[in-house]
Structure formats: structure tokens, C-alpha cells
Design a protein around this ligand. Structure first.
Ligand SMILES: Cc1cc2nc3c(=O)[nH]c(=O)nc-3n(C[C@H](O)[C@H](O)[C@H](O)COP(=O)(O)O)c2cc1C
Length: 176
């Protein structure tokens, strides 16, 4: 099973990227070796080379990302809440990826994180519409980790309940 965990922001030192590593650890405990795709690695020249261009220009970094996505069967999306929704860069990434090879008939689950009290609930709901539109089947269980900044420090996640939720979701996701 080819699984990719997407850290869905390009923000420097994002908690989402750290959560992707925790999730990778949980999947590895369940015998699944997952890739991590950090949207921070989207090449900054994507507007001039790729996005919405009729004739695309060479972009090796983007092509590498595209190859990983094309080969992925199941995605885990770590969705941070930005202004009541998911980060704009995530939609740019979806828009720039090839269709249908990137998403159609694939599967995904989502985990929301936020400093506030909604835990990305609306963000995940918004993104589920986008995923379903491009043909991705989404899993029902969507954990919401609130006040995330309080619990992630020094590269560690200090919240036993959040670890339990990740394990539960990962278990369902492997079977999904
Ligand atoms: C542009 C921006 C908008 C944000 N909007 C919200 C928000 O609407 N609600 C919320 O609870 N936190 C919000 N946050 C805080 C994030 O939830 C917080 O940074 C959290 O750590 C997850 O994002 P990260 O992966 O960028 O670290 C926002 C952060 C940024 C950078």
C-alpha cells in the first residue's frame, strides 16, 4: 500500500509538518511505511512554470512531487485551520496536480489541528468537498486536535488522548 502523509501548509516551522512525522510513527507501528509530502517543498516558481499554464515549463522539483502523488494510493491530510478553512496553498497544490492520475478513485483521511477551539472542523469539511469533487473517497473519522500549540513542544506531542485518536484513525485507515 503506497501511503503519503501531506502536511498541508507551506509555513516555516509548521506544527502540521511535526504532526505528519508523529502520524508516520503511528503508521509504522502498524506496519505501514508512509511517505511525507510537505507543502513547504512546493517550488516557488510554480506560478511561472506549471499552475494554470497551457504549456508547462520544465520544473524538476514539481515533477518529483507529481510522481509521488501519482504513485500514492492513500493520502493522510494534516489540515491546519487558517482563517476558518484550510490553507490556500493546499488548493493551489490540488489545482496544479495532474487530473485524473493524482486523485481519482483514491482514498484519504484527514486530521485537523488548530490553536483555537474548532480543531479545523470547517476546514476539513471544506476540503472534503474538494477531495470528493476530484474523485477521492474520504474516511468518516476526522479527529480534531484543538489548542495544538499547547501540546507540541521540542519535537514531541504531549497529549495521550491525541496519540490514542491517531492510532484509532490509523487503524481504520489501514483497513479503509
Ligand atoms: C494564516 C493563518 C491563519 C490562522 N487561522 C486560524 C484560525 O482561523 N483558527 C485557529 O484556531 N487557528 C488559526 N491559525 C493558527 C493555526 O491553527 C496554528 O498555527 C496551528 O499551529 C496549525 O498551523 P501550522 O501547521 O501552520 O502550525 C492560523 C495560522 C495562520 C498562519
Amino acid at each position: 500500500m503506497n501511503v503519503t502523509i501531506v502536511a498541508a501548509t507551506s509555513r516555516e516551522d509548521a506544527v502540521s509538518a511535526q504532526m505528519a512525522r508523529f502520524y508516520q510513527q503511528v503508521l509504522s507501528e502498524q506496519g505501514v511505511k508512509a511517505n511525507i509530502l510537505d507543502l513547504k517543498d512546493i517550488p516557488s516558481n510554480i506560478l511561472e512554470t506549471t499552475l494554470y499554464r497551457k504549456v508547462k515549463l520544465p520544473n524538476e522539483a514539481w515533477d518529483k512531487m507529481q510522481d509521488l502523488v501519482s504513485a500514492t494510493e492513500k493520502f493522510v491530510f494534516i489540515i491546519p485551520e487558517y482563517n476558518g478553512s484550510f490553507p490556500g496553498i493546499l488548493k493551489v497544490w490540488v489545482d496544479a496536480m495532474k487530473f485524473p492520475v493524482s486523485f481519482k478513485h483514491k482514498k484519504a483521511c484527514m486530521l485537523g489541528i488548530a490553536d483555537g477551539t474548532q480543531g479545523s472542523a470547517m476546514a476539513m469539511s471544506h476540503f472534503a468537498d474538494v477531495l470528493n469533487y476530484v474523485g477521492v473517497h474520504t474516511m468518516a473519522l476526522r479527529p480534531r486536535f484543538i489548542h495544538i500549540g499547547k501540546y507540541v513542544r521540542d519535537g514531541q506531542l504531549y497529549n495521550d488522548e491525541y496519540w490514542q485518536f491517531m492510532r484509532l484513525q490509523a487503524e481504520q485507515f489501514v483497513a479503509f
